[in-house]
Design a protein around this ligand. Structure first.
Ligand code: ATP
Ligand code: MG
Length: 279
């Protein structure tokens, strides 16, 4: 495959790659321990309010699970955070000082927000290692594909990510030969190469085996602390596993927060039970 074809296929993707981004200084002020603020956000599509006065706060290093019925606005919320959709009103801040609504998609990615889309977007014809190299922060990614050399620090980061996603042994295999679960982990690894501060993960375990789901929960839990992680998922066993006893679960319904608390609290919340029974 020629370099031109590779480049063409890359540019065709929804994903924002680091080499497409302009240099923006990363300076995230989390002095109040909050990494993401969404306040009074609303957005309508043809008169339908997909997001309705949404308020959501994600702490620095937190792993937050977001649940809610189909059409609740979960994906739209991620579209707003990443700059894909502009809200009609409200505010969105990354730390104390970065106004997300003033930035475009590439600038938001560059500021440190990574997103994993529902459908896997790994490059099947490249190896696991090449996929990770391509996603490396700075301008090395594309260069490495056409034979550029990585620095020692970049190599260390690459190996750390390979270990975290559990694909050390598969590193020389083409991504196309991986299992569905492994492809999803590779894609999470590709995001990690860009050292995001906030990771948005939309329905990561759809189509996975139980074993793959458990491994995915472990991986996402291991990312919290160093990163904040927001996970949208319908599979309740998986959410229970992720949330454990103490993490916060947010229930979205009709574009706003219906309930928030531990898994036990939201499961016993009358409004939440009604919404799920009414599905
Ligand atoms: N670009 C758009 N144009 C028109 N309507 C849209 C658009 N994006 C989302 N919607 C509508 O907004 C509502 C919320 O959709 P969204 O995809 O955010 O829900 P969701 O909570 O992610 O649902 P699911 O669990 O099924 O993924 C839906 O009714 C959807 O049809
Ligand atoms: Mg969705």
């Amino acid at each position: 495959m020629s370099v031109a074809t590779v480049v063409e296929q890359i540019l065709d993707r929804e994903h924002v790659y680091p080499f497409m981004q302009s240099a923006v200084q990363r300076n995230i002020d989390v002095s109040h321990n909050v990494l993401l603020y969404l306040e009074g956000i609303s957005v309508s599509f043809d008169g339908f309010k997909a997001i309705n006065d949404l308020n959501l706060y994600i702490n620095d290093g937190e792993l937050r699970c977001i649940i809610g019925p189909n059409g609740a606005g979960k994906t739209t919320m991620m579209d707003i955070i990443t700059g894909k959709t502009t809200p009609d009103c409200g505010s969105a801040w990354f730390g104390q000082s970065i106004n997300l609504l003033a930035l475009d998609e590439p600038a938001i990615a560059q500021a440190g927000i990574g997103r994993k889309f529902q459908k896997p977007t790994v490059f099947e014809f490249l190896t696991v290692l090449e996929n990770l190299e391509l996603s490396m922060e700075g301008d090395r990614g594309l260069l490495s594909i056409i034979g550029g050399k990585l620095s020692g620090e970049q190599r260390d980061h690459l190996h750390r990510v390979l270990e975290m996603i559990g694909l050390v042994e598969q590193r020389a295999l083409r991504a196309g030969s991986l299992s569905h679960g492994q492809k999803q982990w590779l894609e999470i690894g590709m995001l990690l190469m860009q050292r995001p501060r906030l990771l948005l993960v939309d329905e990561p375990v759809a189509g996975m085996t139980h074993q793959e789901m458990d491994r995915t929960a472990e991986l996402l839990i291991s990312l919290a602390g160093e990163h904040s992680v927001v996970v949208v998922e319908h599979d309740m066993d998986f959410v229970r596993n992720l949330a454990g006893k103490n993490r916060t679960v947010t229930v979205l319904h009709q574009g706003s927060v219906l309930a928030e608390g531990t898994m036990e609290q939201v499961q016993n919340n009358r409004k939440v039970v009604e919404v799920y029974l009414g599905e």
